[in-house]
Design a protein around this ligand. Sequence first.
Ligand code: ZN
Length: 143
Amino acid sequence: MENEVHERVKDFLFGGNACFTLLQEGTGCKESVSVRYRIVQSKDNKNMYFVYTNPIGEKELKYHGYIFKGSFKKAKNLKFNPALYNEKAVIALQWLLVKGDNLPRIVHVLHDGKCSRCGRKLKDVESLRCGLGPECRKKVGRV
Ligand SMILES: [Zn+2]
């Protein structure tokens, strides 16, 4: 699949400014599901990442909570109707963090063609395979 992160999925997710779609292909009578996310590293705390996804029924991504040292915490003050909190998207993300590179074949992490650390356009094949540019690949370590 085009723009799919094939390697170092966690490095991509924790690049600092990762924008991506999590796609689960449909099987049998199940429809395919895709969810958009943005995971942004805190400027004050390197171990903290803010998680944005779309509230239920909304297109714009909004702050849902943060990941601190690998585990997700729901935001205390949501800036949207709490009834629209996208629990499913959060659960899917937590699952993705656990699975990392060992995703089932029907699940895909799709980047937007931009480096998840610096946001520059990805050009070479290797960069496109992991969603990180050549320089940023060296700087991003496993979380
Ligand atoms: Zn980069």
